[in-house]
Design a protein around this ligand. Sequence first.
Ligand code: ZN
Length: 136
Amino acid sequence: METGFLARLPKGSDLLDAITAEFRTRSVKKAGFSLIGALESAVIGFYDTFERVYNYREFAGPLEIVSCIGNVSEKDGEIFVHAHIVISGEDFVCYGGHLASGSPIFAAELCATELPGFVPKRGFDDPTGLFLWSKW
Ligand code: ZN
């Protein structure tokens, strides 16, 4: 049984979509992952816990992916990726937050660890306004 995989993601693809596609192609429903590489530009979210909304900011590239980590579970019956990312520009200053769509890949290497057992499912959590894992 395969317990993990390495994948090089395609240049020009949206980072979040490309990560999700790797897990969906392999039918991996429960995993943790890390990823490094570079982006042409990025969109990162910050969750305002008072207003309960994501505020997004766009960053022009080129950008290093200093670190990107995340997890894989299920939401609405589909394999779902939640990822956070730290990026830096040529001034080496880092920004980070919730990875959003709209972040085209320059180069990206994904290192995933598949986890056995029950697959957690995301549902709406009223106290936070987020789609979190239901208790199990
Ligand atoms: Zn997040």
